[in-house]
Design a protein around this ligand. Sequence first.
Ligand SMILES: [Zn+2]
Length: 315
Amino acid sequence: MSNEFVAALQNRSLDELILFHKSDLHSHAGRSGKVDYIAKWANVNIDKPPNKFDSISHMQTWYNENIKKHCSGFTGQLKRWEAGFVQASMDNITVLSMSFSNSEINFVGGMESFINILKSYNETFAPKTLFLPELTFDRACNVNNECGKLEEILSYNYFKSIDVCCDEFAQPIKNFIPLYKKAKEQSLRLKAHIGEFGTADDVMEAVEELELDEVHHGIAAAKSEFVMNWLSRHKIQLNICPTSNVMLGIVEDYKYHPIKTLYHAGIPVTVNTDDLLIMNQSISDEYLNLFISDVMTANELDDIRINGLGEKNHY
Ligand SMILES: [Zn+2]
């Protein structure tokens, strides 16, 4: 327990909150920095996002039209990754898992070039941060094709975890079993985006079928006592992204966020950013938002912070 972190929340002081070690275990690398950093680099003004997006595609369109157009191409992509490490350093994120797609690896010339860039960014911009690179697959991908490429990617021994993201309804989760089997053979941490838009049963099914260690989002589990008890018994960590859930309209407001229910059911939970470049809320902001909205006490939020920094999240 850190009485100082508790006090920083009670003082509602972002300046104090940023001084404490924190984790961010779910962040899409290309959208992991602060918008101000990109706006300054591109020398443009970027409007604030709307309070809510109607859908993921609305969010994507807004992002393309308001942010990505200022930081696209090779240089733009590198700048967005750089922004993620700079942000981690500024907010004292000492354990950082960022996800990358295969197309991002190809965009910078393949695995060797990709690894060199990321290692140098980690050392230059966030040397105190334990960086855990995650390989993510689009839920709509051709799994057979991706399986063929996975062996080569994993032969570099660089990625620490695997994920499936985007449209949860694109295809049955069990189609991904071959990918996850390969990843498990290489001792990668197994995760997936589940129960963001889907159901509590979807969360349990994915954990069982893919043998997941963690779930990104997973908040739908709060609708089922049975699934919550099962997740708690199996110690499946949910990496929760409160602002993302609110802005995508899955949760009406922070004050109704199910993180409280999930936490009190004994499920290990963490607080994460998802798409910081769009949502514009740092990890410190996320903790403060939950505290101010009276969702959780300062002591509970400190417990969540400590869980995120725990040994099992150093891999
Ligand atoms: Zn995500």
